[in-house]
Design a binder for this molecule. Structure first.
Ligand code: NAD
Length: 465
Protein backbone atom coordinates (compact mmCIF):
# COMPACT_ATOMS: atom_id res chain seq x y z
CA UNK A 1 0.00 0.00 0.00
CA UNK A 2 2.79 2.37 1.07
CA UNK A 3 4.78 1.56 -2.07
CA UNK A 4 1.75 2.35 -4.13
CA UNK A 5 1.30 5.74 -2.47
CA UNK A 6 4.98 6.46 -3.01
CA UNK A 7 4.83 5.63 -6.67
CA UNK A 8 1.64 7.70 -7.11
CA UNK A 9 3.21 10.74 -5.43
CA UNK A 10 6.35 10.31 -7.58
CA UNK A 11 4.17 10.23 -10.70
CA UNK A 12 2.27 13.32 -9.57
CA UNK A 13 5.54 15.11 -8.86
CA UNK A 14 6.78 14.23 -12.35
CA UNK A 15 3.61 15.54 -13.98
CA UNK A 16 3.88 18.74 -11.93
CA UNK A 17 7.53 19.19 -12.95
CA UNK A 18 6.58 18.71 -16.58
CA UNK A 19 3.81 21.28 -16.22
CA UNK A 20 6.23 23.78 -14.68
CA UNK A 21 8.65 23.20 -17.55
CA UNK A 22 5.90 23.52 -20.10
CA UNK A 23 4.79 26.79 -18.49
CA UNK A 24 8.31 28.09 -18.48
CA UNK A 25 8.60 27.41 -22.17
CA UNK A 26 5.25 29.06 -22.84
CA UNK A 27 6.31 31.93 -20.60
CA UNK A 28 8.57 32.78 -23.47
CA UNK A 29 6.68 33.79 -26.55
CA UNK A 30 6.21 31.35 -29.42
CA UNK A 31 8.56 33.57 -31.44
CA UNK A 32 11.54 33.30 -29.09
CA UNK A 33 11.21 36.95 -28.12
CA UNK A 34 10.23 37.35 -24.45
CA UNK A 35 9.25 40.38 -22.42
CA UNK A 36 12.14 40.00 -20.02
CA UNK A 37 15.58 38.42 -19.90
CA UNK A 38 14.41 36.28 -17.00
CA UNK A 39 11.55 34.85 -19.08
CA UNK A 40 13.90 34.19 -21.99
CA UNK A 41 16.36 32.39 -19.70
CA UNK A 42 13.64 30.30 -18.01
CA UNK A 43 12.32 29.38 -21.42
CA UNK A 44 15.84 28.48 -22.55
CA UNK A 45 16.39 26.29 -19.47
CA UNK A 46 13.26 24.28 -20.27
CA UNK A 47 14.11 24.10 -23.98
CA UNK A 48 17.65 22.92 -23.31
CA UNK A 49 16.32 20.06 -21.15
CA UNK A 50 14.01 19.06 -23.98
CA UNK A 51 16.82 19.26 -26.51
CA UNK A 52 18.70 16.70 -24.42
CA UNK A 53 15.81 14.28 -24.96
CA UNK A 54 15.94 14.67 -28.73
CA UNK A 55 18.13 12.12 -30.56
CA UNK A 56 21.37 13.20 -32.23
CA UNK A 57 19.72 12.58 -35.59
CA UNK A 58 16.89 14.88 -34.48
CA UNK A 59 19.46 17.52 -33.48
CA UNK A 60 21.05 17.27 -36.93
CA UNK A 61 17.62 17.87 -38.47
CA UNK A 62 17.21 21.01 -36.31
CA UNK A 63 20.55 22.34 -37.47
CA UNK A 64 19.69 21.60 -41.11
CA UNK A 65 16.42 23.52 -40.63
CA UNK A 66 18.28 26.51 -39.12
CA UNK A 67 20.75 26.56 -42.04
CA UNK A 68 17.91 26.44 -44.56
CA UNK A 69 15.87 29.14 -42.81
CA UNK A 70 18.89 31.45 -42.73
CA UNK A 71 19.46 30.94 -46.45
CA UNK A 72 15.78 31.36 -47.31
CA UNK A 73 15.54 34.62 -45.35
CA UNK A 74 18.97 35.86 -46.40
CA UNK A 75 17.92 38.66 -48.74
CA UNK A 76 15.30 40.02 -46.34
CA UNK A 77 17.63 39.93 -43.32
CA UNK A 78 20.59 41.40 -45.24
CA UNK A 79 18.50 44.31 -46.49
CA UNK A 80 17.16 44.92 -42.99
CA UNK A 81 20.67 44.85 -41.46
CA UNK A 82 21.96 47.49 -43.88
CA UNK A 83 18.83 49.62 -43.47
CA UNK A 84 18.79 49.52 -39.68
CA UNK A 85 22.50 49.82 -38.87
CA UNK A 86 23.58 51.84 -41.92
CA UNK A 87 26.72 49.69 -42.02
CA UNK A 88 28.17 47.54 -44.78
CA UNK A 89 26.91 46.55 -48.19
CA UNK A 90 23.86 44.48 -49.00
CA UNK A 91 25.61 42.07 -51.39
CA UNK A 92 28.38 41.43 -48.84
CA UNK A 93 25.87 40.79 -46.04
CA UNK A 94 24.32 38.19 -48.35
CA UNK A 95 27.75 36.53 -48.74
CA UNK A 96 28.30 36.71 -44.98
CA UNK A 97 25.02 34.94 -44.24
CA UNK A 98 25.62 32.22 -46.84
CA UNK A 99 29.03 31.63 -45.27
CA UNK A 100 27.60 31.42 -41.75
CA UNK A 101 24.64 29.24 -42.75
CA UNK A 102 26.77 26.75 -44.68
CA UNK A 103 30.20 26.70 -43.00
CA UNK A 104 29.48 27.06 -39.28
CA UNK A 105 30.20 23.71 -37.63
CA UNK A 106 27.39 21.33 -36.70
CA UNK A 107 27.07 18.25 -34.47
CA UNK A 108 29.87 16.51 -36.38
CA UNK A 109 32.24 18.76 -34.40
CA UNK A 110 31.37 17.05 -31.11
CA UNK A 111 32.10 13.48 -32.15
CA UNK A 112 33.37 11.70 -29.02
CA UNK A 113 36.91 10.39 -28.66
CA UNK A 114 37.90 7.00 -27.24
CA UNK A 115 41.17 5.52 -25.96
CA UNK A 116 41.73 1.85 -25.36
CA UNK A 117 44.67 0.12 -23.70
CA UNK A 118 45.68 -2.49 -21.14
CA UNK A 119 43.29 -0.98 -18.63
CA UNK A 120 40.20 -0.93 -20.77
CA UNK A 121 38.36 1.85 -22.51
CA UNK A 122 38.00 5.56 -21.85
CA UNK A 123 35.41 7.64 -23.58
CA UNK A 124 35.62 11.42 -23.87
CA UNK A 125 32.42 13.25 -24.70
CA UNK A 126 31.57 16.88 -25.37
CA UNK A 127 28.64 17.76 -23.15
CA UNK A 128 26.49 20.89 -23.31
CA UNK A 129 27.10 23.87 -21.05
CA UNK A 130 23.39 24.56 -20.59
CA UNK A 131 22.13 28.08 -21.28
CA UNK A 132 24.59 30.44 -22.94
CA UNK A 133 24.31 34.25 -22.84
CA UNK A 134 25.58 35.76 -26.08
CA UNK A 135 26.31 39.47 -26.64
CA UNK A 136 26.49 40.30 -30.33
CA UNK A 137 27.93 43.22 -32.33
CA UNK A 138 26.31 45.85 -34.51
CA UNK A 139 28.69 45.03 -37.36
CA UNK A 140 27.39 41.49 -37.97
CA UNK A 141 23.91 41.28 -36.46
CA UNK A 142 22.80 38.45 -38.77
CA UNK A 143 26.03 36.49 -39.29
CA UNK A 144 26.93 36.29 -35.60
CA UNK A 145 23.42 35.16 -34.62
CA UNK A 146 23.33 32.50 -37.34
CA UNK A 147 26.82 31.23 -36.55
CA UNK A 148 26.39 31.20 -32.78
CA UNK A 149 22.94 29.56 -32.96
CA UNK A 150 24.22 26.75 -35.20
CA UNK A 151 27.31 26.02 -33.11
CA UNK A 152 25.72 26.42 -29.68
CA UNK A 153 22.66 24.27 -30.45
CA UNK A 154 24.81 21.66 -32.23
CA UNK A 155 26.58 21.27 -28.91
CA UNK A 156 23.26 20.74 -27.08
CA UNK A 157 22.87 24.21 -25.56
CA UNK A 158 20.17 26.86 -25.56
CA UNK A 159 21.14 30.49 -26.10
CA UNK A 160 19.76 33.85 -25.04
CA UNK A 161 21.06 36.75 -27.11
CA UNK A 162 21.52 40.35 -26.11
CA UNK A 163 22.14 42.11 -29.39
CA UNK A 164 23.56 45.58 -29.94
CA UNK A 165 20.73 48.07 -29.20
CA UNK A 166 21.19 49.69 -32.63
CA UNK A 167 20.70 46.37 -34.39
CA UNK A 168 17.67 45.25 -32.39
CA UNK A 169 15.16 45.00 -35.23
CA UNK A 170 17.48 42.90 -37.39
CA UNK A 171 18.41 40.72 -34.45
CA UNK A 172 14.79 40.18 -33.40
CA UNK A 173 13.88 39.27 -36.99
CA UNK A 174 16.82 36.89 -37.28
CA UNK A 175 15.96 35.20 -33.98
CA UNK A 176 12.28 34.87 -34.93
CA UNK A 177 13.23 33.35 -38.28
CA UNK A 178 15.58 30.77 -36.80
CA UNK A 179 13.24 30.08 -33.86
CA UNK A 180 10.35 29.35 -36.24
CA UNK A 181 12.54 26.89 -38.15
CA UNK A 182 13.49 25.12 -34.91
CA UNK A 183 9.89 24.76 -33.73
CA UNK A 184 8.60 23.73 -37.15
CA UNK A 185 11.16 20.96 -37.35
CA UNK A 186 10.10 19.56 -33.97
CA UNK A 187 12.50 21.41 -31.68
CA UNK A 188 11.52 23.02 -28.39
CA UNK A 189 10.41 26.65 -28.26
CA UNK A 190 12.82 28.91 -26.40
CA UNK A 191 15.98 27.21 -27.64
CA UNK A 192 17.10 30.59 -28.88
CA UNK A 193 15.64 33.76 -27.47
CA UNK A 194 15.99 37.40 -26.62
CA UNK A 195 14.08 40.50 -25.61
CA UNK A 196 12.46 43.01 -28.00
CA UNK A 197 14.65 45.91 -26.85
CA UNK A 198 18.12 44.81 -25.78
CA UNK A 199 20.02 47.45 -23.77
CA UNK A 200 23.09 47.59 -21.56
CA UNK A 201 20.75 46.92 -18.61
CA UNK A 202 19.38 43.74 -20.18
CA UNK A 203 22.98 42.74 -21.00
CA UNK A 204 23.83 43.10 -17.31
CA UNK A 205 20.79 41.02 -16.34
CA UNK A 206 21.83 38.29 -18.76
CA UNK A 207 25.43 38.31 -17.56
CA UNK A 208 24.36 38.07 -13.92
CA UNK A 209 21.50 35.58 -14.37
CA UNK A 210 22.21 32.55 -12.15
CA UNK A 211 20.85 30.11 -14.74
CA UNK A 212 23.21 31.30 -17.49
CA UNK A 213 26.28 29.11 -17.24
CA UNK A 214 28.46 30.47 -20.05
CA UNK A 215 28.94 33.92 -21.57
CA UNK A 216 30.13 34.80 -25.04
CA UNK A 217 31.01 38.39 -25.96
CA UNK A 218 31.58 39.29 -29.60
CA UNK A 219 32.58 42.96 -29.79
CA UNK A 220 35.15 45.45 -28.60
CA UNK A 221 37.58 45.11 -25.73
CA UNK A 222 35.27 46.65 -23.04
CA UNK A 223 32.50 44.05 -23.44
CA UNK A 224 35.06 41.25 -23.51
CA UNK A 225 36.43 42.55 -20.21
CA UNK A 226 32.92 42.71 -18.75
CA UNK A 227 32.25 39.01 -19.38
CA UNK A 228 35.73 38.04 -18.21
CA UNK A 229 35.01 39.73 -14.88
CA UNK A 230 31.69 37.90 -14.48
CA UNK A 231 33.06 34.91 -12.58
CA UNK A 232 31.48 32.59 -15.16
CA UNK A 233 33.07 30.63 -17.97
CA UNK A 234 33.44 33.31 -20.64
CA UNK A 235 34.57 33.44 -24.23
CA UNK A 236 35.83 36.76 -25.52
CA UNK A 237 35.95 37.60 -29.23
CA UNK A 238 37.42 41.07 -29.40
CA UNK A 239 38.55 43.83 -31.72
CA UNK A 240 41.36 43.60 -34.24
CA UNK A 241 43.49 45.90 -36.39
CA UNK A 242 44.78 43.47 -39.01
CA UNK A 243 47.97 44.54 -40.79
CA UNK A 244 48.85 43.24 -44.25
CA UNK A 245 52.53 43.01 -45.16
CA UNK A 246 53.75 42.86 -48.76
CA UNK A 247 57.40 41.98 -49.36
CA UNK A 248 59.59 42.16 -52.47
CA UNK A 249 59.03 38.48 -53.33
CA UNK A 250 55.22 38.75 -53.50
CA UNK A 251 53.13 38.30 -56.62
CA UNK A 252 52.35 42.01 -56.46
CA UNK A 253 49.37 42.06 -58.82
CA UNK A 254 47.70 39.26 -56.92
CA UNK A 255 48.51 40.97 -53.61
CA UNK A 256 46.91 44.20 -54.85
CA UNK A 257 43.71 42.43 -55.91
CA UNK A 258 43.46 40.41 -52.69
CA UNK A 259 44.01 43.48 -50.49
CA UNK A 260 41.41 45.58 -52.31
CA UNK A 261 38.86 42.74 -52.17
CA UNK A 262 39.56 41.95 -48.51
CA UNK A 263 39.69 45.53 -47.24
CA UNK A 264 36.58 46.66 -49.09
CA UNK A 265 34.47 43.64 -48.14
CA UNK A 266 31.38 44.94 -46.35
CA UNK A 267 32.99 48.40 -46.27
CA UNK A 268 35.75 47.11 -44.00
CA UNK A 269 33.50 46.33 -41.00
CA UNK A 270 34.66 42.71 -40.65
CA UNK A 271 36.99 42.47 -37.67
CA UNK A 272 39.26 40.38 -39.91
CA UNK A 273 39.54 42.89 -42.79
CA UNK A 274 42.88 44.43 -43.76
CA UNK A 275 43.10 47.75 -41.87
CA UNK A 276 46.56 48.97 -42.98
CA UNK A 277 49.07 47.95 -45.65
CA UNK A 278 52.78 47.80 -44.91
CA UNK A 279 54.83 47.38 -48.07
CA UNK A 280 58.56 47.30 -48.78
CA UNK A 281 59.72 50.25 -50.84
CA UNK A 282 60.96 48.09 -53.73
CA UNK A 283 57.39 47.07 -54.70
CA UNK A 284 55.32 49.91 -53.22
CA UNK A 285 54.79 51.78 -56.50
CA UNK A 286 53.83 48.59 -58.32
CA UNK A 287 51.41 47.63 -55.56
CA UNK A 288 49.59 50.96 -55.75
CA UNK A 289 49.54 50.81 -59.56
CA UNK A 290 47.98 47.33 -59.52
CA UNK A 291 45.48 48.40 -56.85
CA UNK A 292 44.33 51.21 -59.15
CA UNK A 293 44.14 48.79 -62.06
CA UNK A 294 41.45 46.80 -60.22
CA UNK A 295 39.18 49.77 -60.97
CA UNK A 296 37.86 49.59 -57.40
CA UNK A 297 40.44 51.75 -55.59
CA UNK A 298 40.58 55.57 -55.60
CA UNK A 299 43.98 57.10 -54.76
CA UNK A 300 43.75 60.15 -52.49
CA UNK A 301 46.32 62.93 -52.94
CA UNK A 302 48.25 63.90 -49.77
CA UNK A 303 45.97 66.93 -49.33
CA UNK A 304 42.78 64.90 -49.84
CA UNK A 305 44.08 62.29 -47.38
CA UNK A 306 44.69 65.06 -44.82
CA UNK A 307 41.15 66.39 -45.24
CA UNK A 308 39.56 62.93 -45.00
CA UNK A 309 41.60 62.14 -41.89
CA UNK A 310 40.33 65.30 -40.22
CA UNK A 311 36.79 64.13 -40.85
CA UNK A 312 36.99 60.45 -39.96
CA UNK A 313 39.28 60.84 -36.93
CA UNK A 314 38.13 63.04 -34.04
CA UNK A 315 40.43 65.53 -32.27
CA UNK A 316 40.62 62.96 -29.42
CA UNK A 317 42.16 60.56 -31.96
CA UNK A 318 39.09 58.31 -32.05
CA UNK A 319 37.22 57.00 -35.08
CA UNK A 320 34.22 59.16 -35.98
CA UNK A 321 31.37 56.64 -35.73
CA UNK A 322 29.35 58.51 -38.35
CA UNK A 323 31.54 57.07 -41.11
CA UNK A 324 31.92 53.48 -39.91
CA UNK A 325 30.75 51.01 -42.54
CA UNK A 326 29.72 53.69 -45.05
CA UNK A 327 30.32 53.47 -48.80
CA UNK A 328 33.46 55.26 -49.97
CA UNK A 329 31.33 57.66 -52.05
CA UNK A 330 29.57 58.89 -48.89
CA UNK A 331 32.87 59.48 -47.08
CA UNK A 332 34.61 61.29 -49.96
CA UNK A 333 31.59 63.49 -50.55
CA UNK A 334 32.37 65.13 -47.21
CA UNK A 335 35.38 66.83 -48.85
CA UNK A 336 33.51 67.57 -52.07
CA UNK A 337 34.84 64.58 -54.01
CA UNK A 338 32.36 62.82 -56.23
CA UNK A 339 33.48 59.40 -57.50
CA UNK A 340 31.82 56.67 -59.54
CA UNK A 341 29.84 53.77 -58.06
CA UNK A 342 32.49 51.32 -59.30
CA UNK A 343 34.88 52.44 -56.54
CA UNK A 344 34.87 50.36 -53.37
CA UNK A 345 37.68 51.92 -51.37
CA UNK A 346 40.00 54.93 -51.04
CA UNK A 347 43.73 54.35 -50.57
CA UNK A 348 46.50 56.76 -49.60
CA UNK A 349 50.14 56.79 -48.61
CA UNK A 350 50.61 57.40 -44.91
CA UNK A 351 53.45 57.77 -42.43
CA UNK A 352 53.81 55.12 -39.74
CA UNK A 353 52.31 57.45 -37.16
CA UNK A 354 49.09 58.11 -39.07
CA UNK A 355 46.04 57.50 -36.81
CA UNK A 356 44.36 55.18 -39.34
CA UNK A 357 47.38 52.89 -39.13
CA UNK A 358 46.73 52.44 -35.41
CA UNK A 359 42.94 52.72 -35.09
CA UNK A 360 40.39 50.12 -36.19
CA UNK A 361 38.71 52.35 -38.78
CA UNK A 362 36.04 49.89 -40.05
CA UNK A 363 35.48 51.99 -43.18
CA UNK A 364 36.83 51.77 -46.75
CA UNK A 365 39.74 54.19 -46.31
CA UNK A 366 43.03 52.30 -46.32
CA UNK A 367 46.47 53.68 -45.38
CA UNK A 368 49.58 52.33 -47.11
CA UNK A 369 52.91 52.63 -45.29
CA UNK A 370 56.21 52.28 -47.14
CA UNK A 371 59.13 50.72 -45.28
CA UNK A 372 62.73 49.95 -46.23
CA UNK A 373 62.71 46.17 -45.88
CA UNK A 374 60.83 43.13 -44.62
CA UNK A 375 62.32 43.28 -41.12
CA UNK A 376 60.98 46.79 -40.67
CA UNK A 377 57.62 45.69 -42.14
CA UNK A 378 57.28 42.80 -39.72
CA UNK A 379 58.24 44.92 -36.67
CA UNK A 380 55.76 47.64 -37.57
CA UNK A 381 52.99 45.13 -38.30
CA UNK A 382 53.47 43.48 -34.91
CA UNK A 383 53.29 46.89 -33.22
CA UNK A 384 50.12 48.04 -35.01
CA UNK A 385 48.39 44.72 -34.31
CA UNK A 386 48.73 45.81 -30.69
CA UNK A 387 48.54 42.38 -29.13
CA UNK A 388 44.93 41.85 -30.18
CA UNK A 389 45.96 38.35 -31.36
CA UNK A 390 43.35 38.72 -34.06
CA UNK A 391 44.32 38.60 -37.76
CA UNK A 392 47.35 39.34 -39.93
CA UNK A 393 47.96 38.88 -43.64
CA UNK A 394 51.14 38.51 -45.68
CA UNK A 395 51.86 38.48 -49.38
CA UNK A 396 55.21 36.84 -50.01
CA UNK A 397 56.83 33.88 -51.68
CA UNK A 398 59.63 33.72 -49.17
CA UNK A 399 59.04 30.89 -46.70
CA UNK A 400 61.38 32.31 -44.09
CA UNK A 401 59.72 35.76 -44.21
CA UNK A 402 56.27 34.23 -43.79
CA UNK A 403 57.42 32.04 -40.91
CA UNK A 404 59.12 35.00 -39.20
CA UNK A 405 56.01 37.16 -39.41
CA UNK A 406 53.64 34.39 -38.29
CA UNK A 407 55.85 33.68 -35.26
CA UNK A 408 56.28 37.33 -34.38
CA UNK A 409 52.67 38.44 -34.67
CA UNK A 410 50.98 35.51 -32.85
CA UNK A 411 47.54 36.22 -34.30
CA UNK A 412 44.62 33.79 -34.21
CA UNK A 413 44.31 34.03 -37.99
CA UNK A 414 47.30 34.34 -40.34
CA UNK A 415 46.51 34.47 -44.05
CA UNK A 416 49.20 33.98 -46.68
CA UNK A 417 48.74 35.17 -50.25
CA UNK A 418 45.00 35.66 -50.10
CA UNK A 419 42.34 38.14 -48.99
CA UNK A 420 41.75 38.32 -45.22
CA UNK A 421 38.34 36.67 -45.55
CA UNK A 422 39.98 33.44 -46.76
CA UNK A 423 40.95 33.06 -43.10
CA UNK A 424 37.29 32.73 -42.13
CA UNK A 425 36.61 30.15 -44.81
CA UNK A 426 35.47 32.42 -47.65
CA UNK A 427 37.62 31.14 -50.51
CA UNK A 428 39.90 29.46 -47.94
CA UNK A 429 39.77 25.99 -46.41
CA UNK A 430 38.17 25.29 -43.05
CA UNK A 431 35.00 26.17 -41.18
CA UNK A 432 33.83 29.71 -40.61
CA UNK A 433 33.35 31.62 -37.37
CA UNK A 434 31.87 35.00 -36.68
CA UNK A 435 32.95 34.77 -33.08
CA UNK A 436 36.73 34.66 -33.24
CA UNK A 437 38.03 34.24 -29.73
CA UNK A 438 41.50 35.77 -29.69
CA UNK A 439 41.60 37.14 -26.12
CA UNK A 440 40.47 33.87 -24.50
CA UNK A 441 42.23 31.62 -27.00
CA UNK A 442 39.48 29.39 -28.42
CA UNK A 443 40.21 30.76 -31.89
CA UNK A 444 37.56 30.39 -34.58
CA UNK A 445 34.73 29.11 -32.43
CA UNK A 446 32.97 25.89 -33.36
CA UNK A 447 30.35 23.66 -31.74
CA UNK A 448 33.03 22.08 -29.54
CA UNK A 449 33.93 25.49 -28.08
CA UNK A 450 30.56 25.56 -26.37
CA UNK A 451 30.93 22.27 -24.53
CA UNK A 452 32.16 20.79 -21.30
CA UNK A 453 34.50 17.83 -21.61
CA UNK A 454 33.48 14.69 -19.74
CA UNK A 455 35.31 11.40 -19.38
CA UNK A 456 33.93 7.91 -18.72
CA UNK A 457 36.31 5.05 -17.96
CA UNK A 458 35.47 1.37 -18.19
CA UNK A 459 38.20 -0.48 -16.35
CA UNK A 460 39.90 -3.60 -17.76
CA UNK A 461 37.24 -4.35 -20.38
CA UNK A 462 36.21 -3.50 -23.92
CA UNK A 463 39.65 -3.48 -25.48
CA UNK A 464 38.91 -5.81 -28.35
CA UNK A 465 42.40 -6.40 -29.77
P1 NAD B 1 30.62 46.74 -29.01
O1 NAD B 1 31.71 46.19 -28.15
O2 NAD B 1 30.27 48.16 -28.89
O3 NAD B 1 29.27 45.90 -28.74
C1 NAD B 1 29.23 44.48 -28.81
C2 NAD B 1 28.09 43.99 -27.92
O4 NAD B 1 28.45 44.19 -26.55
C3 NAD B 1 26.78 44.73 -28.12
O5 NAD B 1 25.73 43.83 -27.98
C4 NAD B 1 26.79 45.74 -27.00
O6 NAD B 1 25.49 46.14 -26.64
C5 NAD B 1 27.46 44.97 -25.90
N1 NAD B 1 28.16 45.79 -24.91
C6 NAD B 1 29.03 46.79 -25.16
N2 NAD B 1 29.51 47.28 -24.01
C7 NAD B 1 28.93 46.59 -23.01
C8 NAD B 1 29.01 46.62 -21.59
N3 NAD B 1 29.77 47.49 -20.94
N4 NAD B 1 28.25 45.74 -20.89
C9 NAD B 1 27.48 44.85 -21.52
N5 NAD B 1 27.36 44.75 -22.85
C10 NAD B 1 28.08 45.62 -23.59
O7 NAD B 1 31.04 46.38 -30.50
P2 NAD B 1 30.28 46.77 -31.86
O8 NAD B 1 30.55 48.19 -32.18
O9 NAD B 1 28.90 46.29 -31.78
O10 NAD B 1 31.05 45.83 -32.90
C11 NAD B 1 32.28 46.18 -33.49
C12 NAD B 1 33.45 45.62 -32.70
O11 NAD B 1 33.32 44.21 -32.56
C13 NAD B 1 34.76 45.84 -33.46
O12 NAD B 1 35.75 46.21 -32.55
C14 NAD B 1 35.05 44.48 -34.08
O13 NAD B 1 36.41 44.23 -34.29
C15 NAD B 1 34.50 43.56 -33.01
N6 NAD B 1 34.12 42.25 -33.57
C16 NAD B 1 34.85 41.17 -33.21
C17 NAD B 1 34.51 39.94 -33.72
C18 NAD B 1 35.31 38.72 -33.35
O14 NAD B 1 34.86 37.64 -33.66
N7 NAD B 1 36.45 38.82 -32.72
C19 NAD B 1 33.43 39.79 -34.58
C20 NAD B 1 32.70 40.92 -34.93
C21 NAD B 1 33.05 42.16 -34.40
Amino acid sequence: METNLESISAAVRKVLEELVEERASLNGSPSGICETIDAAVESAVAAQKRLQEISLEGRKDLIAAIRKAALDANERLSALAVKETGLGRYEDKVRENVLCATKSTGPEDIEPRAYSGDHGLTLVEYAPRGVIGSLTPITNPTGTLIHNSICMISAGNAVVFNAHPNAKETSVETIKTLHRAIVESGGPPGLIGSVPKPTLDTAKELIEHPKVSMLVATGGRPVVNVVLRSGKKAIGAGAGNPPVVVDETANVRRAAECIINGASMNNNIFCTSEKEVIVVDAVADALIKFMLETGKAYLLSPEQARQITEIVVTPERKINGRFIGKNVQVILKEIGLSIGEEYRIAIFEAPKTHPLVWLEQMMPVLPIVRVANVSEAISLAVEVEQGNRHTAVMHSNHIEHMTRFARAVQTTIFVKNGPSYAGIGLGGEGHTAFTIAGPTGEGLTSARTFTRIRRCTLVDSFRII
